[in-house]
Write a protein that binds this ligand. Sequence first.
Ligand code: NAD
Length: 461
Amino acid sequence: MSNYHLDLDLKELREAFNSGKTKESSWRISQLHGLLHILEDKENDISMALKKDLGKHHVEAYRDEIGTVVKSINNALANLKQWMAAKKTRLPIAAFPSSASLVPEPLGVVLIISSWNFPIGLSLEPLIGALAAGNAVVLKPSELAPTCSSLLAETIRDYLDNSAVKVIEGGSDQGEKLLQYKFDKIFFTGSTHVGRIVMSAAAQHLTPVTLELGGKCPAVVDSFSSSRDNNMAAKRVVWGKFGVCAGQACIGIDYVVTEKKYLFNLIGLLKRYIKQCYGDDPNGSHSICKIINKKHFSRLKTLLDEPSVKSSIVYGGSMDEQSLFIEPTILVDPPLDAAIMTEEIFGPLLPVITLESIEDSVNFISTRPSPLALYAFTENKNLQKRLVSETSSGSIMFNDAILQYAVDTLPFGGVGGSGFGRYHGKYSFDNFSHEKVIVMRSFLIDIWFRYPPWTNQKLQL
Ligand code: NAD
């Protein structure tokens, strides 16, 4: 889009916000209903777009990008009045007589930039918060999921108030153009590299940012006293690695850490559940997503082609560039300084790192950058306690993976290198609001010593 058209669009959004209409609860509710109608009326189109861009099966598409978003919209609709209400707050006796409250107000015109791996979910989830909070919005979806991006542009234009909500499509050049404008908030989901670009552009306008970035999410896998639990843990690891967008998920398991003496059993169980989920020839399975494009396919191939990494493959490893398929692959102890262990993998390659003792996992994780999520499959209470107190991550989940993302009452976001700011449920509303302090005083009482001229007598009171 040319600068001229961008100027016009942003002027229109600013006017819409300044008119005050987006602040009305009726407007917010109507926009949330509009989103709901998109998901209801266009479920099939969304599913087909996700199939085309990512090879996502309808069940996975519904679970991650339709059903969860419908749930979030319904949650916002059910709670909006309460979220918008002023909150009374207590004041000290010294302030008597007075009262105070906190009133959430929208920030203004906000920019949401999203990524391609959940092109619908990661666009609409922050949009729910921005609309519920009464903002005018520009949404820039990722160009790497083009069918989903144009579906979002078309449906949002048709179902929402187009003077206050606009989708601007395009790639990094379009993103850079947008970043030159002054927004009142930028909500960015994507890579650390682009996160830095966004933050430095935002600094020019003193615009607050939320950065939802990536990283390497570890899963500590301990052995359990019952074989049922060992099986369930392995099954959930397979799901948390391969079952959500073929490992192209910011909170998906990046690598596993386990104890040397448990390795043999664990690998056996992981293989069993990969076969159970994807069959003997996963290339023919509809249940695993494809790699988003040739560039990412080559990136993953390069990670695997490093000779010392290739020799660590114990399962899988096949790939087909034509269909952008990579087989669920397990590697044991690739070198810790290889790119597969220093960069975010973002694909269906699962390194399993062995340690002498499972307790060593605490040091292994705490000496690496803070991940968005940490998973630990263990019944060892001491280990659980140490992981909570001695490591840093956006979230920790014990004995399962990824599910924390879909819970409205839990804030979602990173810490350190995995980003900052949080959203989902009421946290999304707060993310796009400013809580204004309102203090009401009366003239009933006045204290004479608060006013100049200053005298020592006033200090002695
Ligand atoms: P990316 O940073 O390449 O792109 C993200 C968005 O930024 C896209 O819309 C893209 O067009 C835009 N963009 C790219 N260059 C830009 C520029 N110079 N100026 C302005 N905008 C620009 O990331 P990606 O490849 O889409 O996503 C993968 C990364 O995102 C991974 O690191 C992953 O972990 C992370 N991620 C994080 C979350 C989270 O919730 N924390 C969710 C999904 C993905």
